[in-house]
Design a protein around this ligand. Structure first.
Ligand SMILES: Nc1ncnc2c1ncn2[C@@H]1O[C@H](COP(=O)(O)OP(=O)(O)OP(=O)(O)O)[C@@H](O)[C@H]1O
Length: 841
């Protein structure tokens, strides 16, 4: 009994000790100190904030108006350095400088040699003139000569090695000079060029061996760290690079199609050069005769500027160790500048149809000398045959030399032009690629069977691709490689949707970004108006977003892309101009704020995530009006079910509160800026016709206007203060407790913003809110990324696609019934009126 009591007391004292220890640890925990210091701590005085009136220190003032820095027209042309985007002409001076240095060194060597010779001769002279016997002199001479010979031998070996190194350096430097730093390129850095093969474990890359690529291409692949070819690369490279076939390639988004057509082009150019060197050795002829440089060998056409630049970068990364120049030719940049770029005579040109045709039709020399073109590539082929590009593309294709004419005939047509020699001239290869080229079931069947000639049997879409390909010289034995799965969508993509009213889309988007906004997110809109609306609202809500749409200046577009790429948790609000091809690592979520017009665009939009071997998720916001569209979208993907995105509705009241304030602020600021813009416009026009403007308003009207302005600015300030207070703490659920502040959904972006606000306030009031007893703050405890939330939700939220179709039918039926009912009532009233009239008569 005593023993039991003793053990109880000892265990109690141990527990007390433990408790004391824990309390001490808590008191000294810097993490908790930091958390307690944050401004959403209830002990923190929220009102009477002196700084609220100080716009300079007020981050919200900036947020409320939105930086809008990158919206179309907001950046002046001078603000961006063109060299950043690869549009500067390669500086020949660099090579010249190098040559000059080389020459200088050579001159120095020559002078040194001369000096040595003179010295030696002098020595000899001295030796010959006096001192020592002649035999001794001869022995000395012989020894000296031996030493010299040895030295020379050593030197020549060294020189050879040095020359080899220099040659390689020159190639790399040449590449570096032309390499645009768009930020779109791979992470190959020029300054680590010295990393030799010894840094790679080549055995890890053995999967590439069967593709028999040139060692210099393989060196670049090692450097990129691509351990094995992707399936589309495995299938296309042998056909295009070794069998010289035309290829129609279809594979999911992010599956490496760019290199599937890029590597065969580079491989063929390299092979031809090597053959030329052999010919030189065998026949002693100039290699330039067989493998002339500075001739357009490959023309790659892509639908958007960003994509063309990205493809250029990608090809440059694999052409790092070979002297093949790749240049982007895209709209939005001065045509004269691009003409100057073309004067460096790149072997590969990647362009958008509009600018390419503009330069070709104006007779740009490098682009019209097409007789030696070995590759014609259509990237995103199905987009290229749609309206908007079709005409220009057709014109470009019509400019290509007739494929059926022999190469000799073609070269006759191209008099005065340098051409590749006849033995190298295989037929021009046509490569056609897209993720959605096989989306139409009809096309898929045709692809499986191979391209058929009877055009009548094709759908309109196929007909167009086929027509273009045929016109471009595609041969009937083209390799048809369709690796897309039945749903066409990327394998590692998880899809979901939220059914909501049109006016609630902003709230759901804000919810997704705040609660699940880790990693990069792209929000797609169909219209620029919607993009402007949502980006403005999000900025007011304190979320930094970048925008991208076709009405922006090209430089602003590229800069927005760069910024988005740089920001680990960046948010890009874009139209479908960003839907195709863009390869930005770390995009975890794609939100379809508005549904796209076609299944193809949906696939490409969603394909901005889950690229290469990464995972990702897409969330479609579907309003009742879009239900029918959504149902037919799902039908195109042969999907049986679709997952609802899980929502915690307890957060929605707070979301709606914030949103309501943001909308009011947006409305007032828009109205103000509209009034200002109208006034500016009026003043400018009046000035231009030298009109003196007078204020026609009466004194009373002017006073009223002034009062209204004052009231509106006061209201704006109040709203901003209120919103500032709300967004300076995590999103609170309805069951929120101030004591255990369980904040949900603080994205890293917001967390950073909140910390800044906290620091700012702590500076103003040192000590306030820090270390208050019992104020435990938990930041973002529910904050999981969208994909994880989707997975956590499990299977039960899946929705049968048939349900959607049923729902759509129900809506349509209800609509039809309502219409019929209205018509019936109208007819009834008309009849009654008629009867009344007849009765009266
Ligand atoms: N063999 C490889 N191994 C690993 N990554 C690769 C390989 N080849 C290409 N990649 C990378 O995969 C990503 C996607 O490649 P790419 O942009 O060519 O895809 P895509 O199929 O053209 O996509 P989309 O259909 O969207 O245009 C790029 O970041 C690229 O660097």
């Amino acid at each position: 009994m005593e023993a039991a009591t003793a053990s109880t007391t000892s265990s109690q004292s141990r527990q007390r000790k433990l408790k004391r220890k824990r309390a001490a640890a808590l008191a000294s925990d810097p993490q908790l100190d930091r958390l307690n210091s944050l401004p959403w701590n209830p002990s923190f005085p929220r009102n009477n904030d002196e700084d609220d009136n100080n716009n300079e220190n007020d981050p919200f003032a900036m947020l409320a108006t939105g930086s809008n820095e990158l919206e179309g027209g907001f950046l002046s042309l001078e603000e961006i350095d063109e060299a950043d985007y690869g549009f500067s002409i390669p500086e020949p001076q660099i090579n010249e400088k190098k040559n000059q240095k080389k020459k200088h060194k050579l001159d120095e060597n020559v002078i040194e040699e001369k000096k040595k010779k003179e010295e030696e001769e002098g020595d000899d002279g001295v030796g010959g003139g006096g001192g020592g016997g002649s035999g001794e002199v001869e022995v000395k001479k012989e020894k000296k000569n031996d030493k010299k010979k040895k030295k020379k031998k050593k030197k020549t070996k060294k020189d050879k090695k040095k020359e080899e190194e220099k040659e390689e350096e020159a190639v790399t430097e040449n590449q570096n000079v032309e390499k645009p730093d768009t930020g779109l390129d791979t992470d190959v850095k020029d300054d680590d060029d010295d990393v030799g093969e010894e840094d790679f474990d080549e055995t890890e890359f053995y999967a590439w061996n069967e593709l028999r690529l040139h060692p210099l291409l393989m060196k670049a692949i090692y450097k990129l760290g691509f351990k094995e070819p992707t399936p589309i690369q495995k299938a296309c490279i042998p056909a295009a690079a070794h069998q010289g076939k035309d290829v129609v390639g279809a594979a999911e988004t992010g599956s490496g199609k760019t290199l599937a057509f890029g590597l065969p082009i580079l491989q063929r150019i390299l092979e031809e050069r090597e053959k030329a060197t052999k010919m030189e050795e065998e026949r002693g002829e100039e290699p330039e005769k067989y493998a002339p440089t500075g001739i357009l060998r490959a023309l790659i056409v892509a639908p958007t500027r960003e994509l063309a630049i990205q493809v250029t970068d990608h090809l440059k990364a694999v052409a790092k160790y070979i002297n093949v120049r790749v240049t982007p030719i895209v709209g939005g940049i001065l045509a004269e500048k691009q003409e100057r770029l073309l004067k460096s005579r790149p072997e590969i040109v990647v362009g958008t149809p509009g600018r390419l045709w503009e330069l070709m039709s104006s007779g740009e020399k490098h682009l019209v000398e097409l007789h030696s073109l070995s590759f014609f590539v259509l990237d995103e082929a199905d987009r290229m045959v749609q309206n908007g590009h079709f005409k220009e593309l057709q014109s470009i294709i019509d400019m290509l030399p007739m494929p059926n004419i022999s190469a000799e005939d073609n070269s006759q047509h191209a008099q005065n032009c340098v051409t590749v020699s006849s033995y190298q001239r295989k037929k021009r290869q046509t490569l056609v690629f897209s993720a959605t080229v096989a989306l139409s079931a009809d096309f898929r069947k045709k692809l499986k069977r191979g391209l058929v000639k009877q055009k009548q049997s094709f759908t309109e879409e196929l007909n167009s691709i086929e027509t273009l390909s045929e016109r471009a010289g595609m041969r009937s034995n083209a390799a048809i490689i369709d690796l897309t799965n039945p749903s066409i969508l990327a394998a590692k993509l998880e899809e979901s949707f939220i059914e909501c009213r049109e006016e609630d889309k902003d709230a759901y988007l804000y919810y997704i970004l705040t609660v699940h906004g880790q990693g990069r997110t792209i929000v797609f809109c169909t219209s620029i108006a919607a993009l402007r609306h949502i980006s403005s609202i999000l900025r007011i809500l304190g979320i930094d977003v970048w925008t991208l749409h076709a009405q922006m200046q090209q430089r602003a577009r590229l800069k927005a892309m760069d910024r988005f790429r740089e920001s680990e948790n960046g948010i890009l609000v874009a139209t479908d101009v960003a839907a195709r091809g863009l390869d930005i690592p770390g995009v975890r979520t794609v939100v379809h704020y508005q549904l796209p017009h076609s299944a193809e665009v949906y696939v490409h939009r969603s394909g901005r995530t889950a690229r290469a071997s990464a995972e990702g998720c897409s969330i479609a916001l579907v309003s009742p009006k879009e239900t029918a569209k959504f149902a037919s979208l799902l039908k195109s993907f042969s999907k049986d079910n679709f997952q609802r995105f899980p929502l915690q509705n307890s957060y929605m009241p707070e979301v709606l509160k914030r949103l309501s304030l943001a909308r009011q602020i947006d409305k007032i600021t828009r109205k103000d800026s509209q009034v200002k813009a109208e006034k500016n416009w009026f003043d400018r026009n009046a000035n231009s016709v030298e009109l003196v403007t007078e204020n026609d308003d009466s004194e009373e009207e002017q006073v009223n206007k002034h009062k209204q302005m004052k009231a509106s600015s006061k209201q704006l300030k109040t709203l901003q203060q209120e919103l500032k207070m709300l967004i300076s703490r995590p999103l609170q659920s309805k069951t929120f407790s101030h004591r255990y502040l369980a904040g949900a959904g603080v994205t890293p972006v917001m967390q950073e913003q909140l910390l800044q606000l906290a620091k700012q306030k702590l500076n103003d009031r040192p000590g306030s809110g820090v270390g208050k007893k019992g104020k435990l703050v938990v930041i973002g405890q529910d904050c999981v990324e969208a994909l994880q939330a989707l997975r956590n939700a499990g299977e039960e939220v899946r929705m049968d696609v048939k349900d959607f179709a049923g729902k759509r039918r129900n809506i349509e039926n209800r609509k039809r019934k309502r219409k019929e009912e209205k018509k019936r009532l109208r007819d009834q009233r008309r009849k009654q009126k008629k009867k009344l009239k007849q009765d009266k008569d």
